[in-house]
Write a protein that binds this ligand. Structure first.
Ligand code: FES
Ligand SMILES: [Fe+2]
Length: 402
């Protein structure tokens, strides 16, 4: 039955954990708060160690908290991170996304810094500052950085946050044996989508939308074991989806795949979502990593990386690249459908300014079409925001079910 305005505003007959208010995807005020309370307090993947293999290699990273960071490997081979900001007058230090710099020299007044963040030169230091200020007073602002859990470079702009290991807890245990050897990024691309970052994470947190993927219906949904996969939630909003065997050969006429992955059953699949917007997705021969960088409530930059083993032979690497690109590359069978699925989602759900409800109400014993993974995410979102995801401004009539 169609709805009039007052019927449309009545919440669904679910517990409040099973739906959210659509404004959490669209409101500028909430987005500003998310940067402060979520992105600037959580551990975030900035890049992978293999992208900066040599001393002085750097990468710039637009942190989802809203600032530009430098990730640089020092002459001691340690990876460090700094704000990409000159301590003189706040100029941006590095503009290129990637490079190698023994010295980082600000283009504005030529102050220089080494890979440990020390200031090594202040032009006309003595003449301008006499003894009042010197190089030792002008280091770069360091950001906490750790390398681990597959060789990713993690950063946290909150000096008081817990350690990375504490943040992740047991959430990545399922991948422990699969990531015991050095990995290497062989594919990188990014997409900018008109959507909210949470809606992208949702596509990685529920597989009910496999109905959208023709290919997944064949390789996954029709295969035995698909509906046995279970969601497991972990503290801090992370969640895993149990492994299953993917029958890619069901689509490809029974052709056997040559390259597998250490400690992964042939055709295996392990997916782990890390709060607030990173996903480890290991299938058959490739690890895919998604990292979400919101640019606004309705604008999202997603970085996609494909990884293989650093020890790959050229033949093994070529097969991994083929396996990756046919499914997950920009012209693959799967990814563009997900991007279409979230494009415009959120805005389109409430014509004009009228908020609506977004349902997370499916219960299937926490198996693959259960929406429990999303409910777990929004419970953490609510905890960190100090707001209810189903009633972010405390004015909706949800008390009857609450
Ligand atoms: S702003 Fe960088 S040297 Fe002046
Ligand atoms: Fe998908």
């Amino acid at each position: 039955m169609s709805k009039n305005a007052s019927q449309w505003n009545q919440h669904p007959k679910f517990p409040p954990s099973h739906f959210v208010d659509s404004r959490i995807y669209t409101d500028e005020q909430l987005f500003v708060e998310e940067r402060e309370k979520i992105f600037n307090t959580c551990w975030i993947i900035a890049c992978h160690e293999s992208e900066i293999p040599n001393a002085y290699d750097y990468r710039t990273f637009f942190h989802p908290g809203g600032t530009s960071l430098i990730i640089v490997r020092g002459e001691d081979m340690k990876v460090r991170s700094f704000y990409n900001v000159c301590p003189h007058r706040g100029n941006t230090l590095l503009y290129d996304p990637v490079g190698n710099a023994k010295r980082i020299t600000c283009i504005f007044h030529a102050w220089s810094f080494d890979s440990k963040g020390n200031c090594t030169d202040i032009s006309r230091e003595e003449q301008g500052f006499q003894k009042r200020f010197c190089k030792a007073d002008a280091g770069l602002r360091e950001v906490r950085a750790e390398v681990g859990f597959g060789g990713f470079v993690w950063v946290n702009t909150d000096d008081n946050a817990c350690t990375l290991s504490e943040y992740l807890g047991d959430s990545l245990n399922m991948l422990h044996d699969n990531m015991s050897m050095p990995l290497e990024v062989f594919h990188y691309h990014k997409a900018v989508v008109d959507t909210n970052y949470k809606l992208w994470h949702d596509t990685n947190s529920e597989f009910y939308h496999d109905y959208m993927h023709y290919f997944n219906r064949v390789t996954g949904m029709l295969q035995p074991g698909y509906f046995d996969r279970k969601y497991t939630g972990y503290p801090n909003g992370h969640a895993s989806v149990g492994s299953m065997e993917i029958k890619y050969d069901a689509y490809e006429g029974g052709k056997q795949r040559g390259v597998g992955w250490p400690a992964l059953a042939p055709g295996g699949w392990i997916l782990i979502d890390i709060f607030p917007g990173m996903t480890y997705n290991l299938r058959t021969s490739v690890l895919r990593m998604d990292t979400s960088i919101p640019l606004g409530p309705n604008k999202l930059l997603i970085e996609f990386r494909g990884l293989g083993l650093k020890s790959d032979t050229p033949e093994e690497r070529a097969e991994r690249i083929r396996d990756h690109n046919t499914i997950w590359g920009p012209f693959g069978r799967n990814l563009h459908e997900d991007l279409l699925g979230v494009h415009g989602q959120g805005r389109a759900m409430h014509p004009g300014s009228e908020p609506t409800w977004v349902l997370h109400g499916r219960e299937e014993n926490m198996t693959i079409h259960d929406e429990g993974g999303m409910r777990h995410f929004y419970a953490e979102w609510s905890r960190r925001m100090g707001r209810k995801s189903y009633d972010p401004y405390g004015e909706r009539k949800t008390s009857a079910v609450a």
